[in-house]
Design a protein around this ligand. Structure first.
Ligand code: PHE
Ligand code: NA
Length: 454
């Protein structure tokens, strides 16, 4: 049997974990979420969720992976025989996400190329849905492949499976060592350019203007926790898997703080860049900023192309940089999601990494081809909705209730983390995970279910 793979350096692990965390969630999810939930006032629930749930859970997942030395299913099994299923549940959610995350990266690749001559024209919405995705057919008639999606999608999988095939140190670590510093540089260039555009200040004012009127609404708190979980890749089996490759003497707590604050800094930077650009667009169109705010697919593939159309010079270059940053952020996250089931298969069936990549990664790649067919976007929407509603927060809640309340493992995990770290975990950590997080998440899930049923 092969011995467990290991990261080459501490920086390699941190870059890989940051690479997983920094993704589409930072660039297109955070800015609109913050804006819609109180702007500047959103930072209160957001920071609360980061400090009482995000970072504490990150420490917990790092410690579980490190102490039990296994991918999520194996780590859970070693903690308690009966809980292996939780690990597989998280792995399944990651599998589903990987099938459509890949597609969005493929679109961003196409759009990076379209940037050079603004191939999307003036009506960017019609271009996306009609010309590029060909959604004029309905799902029942799903027939041919859209080559504009299929070709970049195959490229995405070639890169991701190639990296994973190379292994932890020679593949994942090296890829992140290249992607993440490049991403930071590219993104800084874009943000600096964005804040110096005419109208940028208007956008920033709209973003940071605090609206305290909704601060007590549960929806706002739900949004803050949801953002933190998704953004930090918590409860997806990822961070457990990545930390299982750490050497014995590793400062888990310190690493979690670096990853947590690193991800949030990137998020804030993205908020500033996106809203500066939206302010520019609003001032060009002579409308208020809130009329142009968008998130998700609409922001990246409809609104941003319009902004690039109106850019005062070097349109193609800045458009390319924007979509390239989506590609880099996306690839490093996709690699981490896929590693959860590859590691899971290796640990469970004692097969080689090559076989696990071919089988697990191959299956995900094949499923993702469905979205590259005409009308495929209908599936993507349905899957995304389901995952966001029932995947993330629910696993997070189950995970923390199980570890803190049923198995009562917090004490053991705490001493494990404290063995090496110079930041000693104390009552802040125990109270956050044993008290605050399960209660708040419980209320949040209750809200989600009632909103869906009523
Ligand atoms: N954390 C990533 C982001 O912010 C998203 C992600 C979620 C990545 C789950 C992997 C798994 O975009
Ligand atoms: Na993130």
């Amino acid at each position: 049997m092969e011995t467990r793979s290991q990261w080459g350096t501490r920086a390699g692990f941190i870059l890989a974990a940051v690479g997983s965390a920094v993704g589409l969630g930072n660039i297109w999810r955070f800015p609109a979420t913050a804006f819609e939930n109180g702007g500047g006032a959103f930072f209160i629930p957001y920071l609360f969720a980061l400090l009482t749930a995000g970072i504490p859970l990150l420490i917990m997942e790092f410690t579980m992976g490190h102490k039990y030395r296994g991918s999520a299913p194996l780590a859970f099994r070693r903690m308690s025989k009966k809980t292996e299923g939780i690990g597989w549940w998280a792995v399944m959610v990651s599998f589903v996400i990987s099938t459509y995350y890949a597609v969005i990266i493929a679109w961003a690749m196409s759009y990076a190329i379209f940037s050079f001559n603004q191939a999307w024209g003036d009506d960017t919405e019609s271009f996306l849905f009609n010309d590029y995705l060909n959604l004029t057919v309905d799902p029942g008639q799903t027939g041919g492949f859209e080559l504009g999606v299929l070709i970049p999608l195959l490229l995405v999988w070639a890169i991701v499976l190639g990296v994973l095939f190379k292994g932890v140190k020679k593949g994942i670590e090296i890829a992140n060592r290249i992607f993440i510093p490049t991403l930071v540089v590219v993104f800084l260039i874009i943000v600096i350019r964005a804040v110096t555009l005419p109208g940028a200040l208007q956008g920033l004012e709209a973003f940071f203007a605090p609206d305290f009127s909704q601060i007590l609404s549960p929806d706002v708190w739900v949004a803050a926790y949801g953002q933190i979980f998704f953004s930090l890749s918590i409860a997806f089996a990822i961070m457990i898997t990545y930390s299982s490759y750490l050497p014995k003497k590793s400062d888990l707590t310190n690493n979690a703080f670096i990853v947590g604050f690193g991800n949030s800094s990137f998020e804030l930077l993205a908020g500033i860049g996106v809203f500066a650009a939206l302010g520019f667009m609003a001032s060009q169109a002579g409308v208020a900023v809130d009329e142009v705010v968008a998130g998700g697919v609409g922001l990246a593939f409809v609104v941003f192309p319009q902004i690039i159309n109106e850019f005062p010079g070097l349109n193609g270059f800045f458009g390319f940089l924007f979509f390239a940053s989506l590609v880099l952020a996306g690839l490093s996250s996709l690699i981490s999601i896929c590693e959860t089931y590859i590691a899971g298969l290796v640990d469970k069936f004692k097969i080689s990494r090559a076989k696990a990549v071919a089988f697990g990664g191959g299956l995900s790649a094949i499923v993702s081809l469905l979205y590259a067919t005409q009308g495929g976007l209908f599936f993507l929407d349905a899957v995304d909705y389901f995952i966001n509603q029932f995947g993330v927060a629910l696993i997070g809640l189950v995970e923390v209730v199980l570890v803190a309340w049923f198995l009562r493992k917090l004490g053991e995990l705490k001493s494990h983390a404290n063995e090496v770290s110079d930041i000693k975990l104390g009552s802040w950590w125990t109270i956050s995970l044993g008290g605050i997080t399960p209660v708040v998440l419980g209320v949040m899930m209750y809200q989600l279910f009632t909103q869906n049923i009523l």
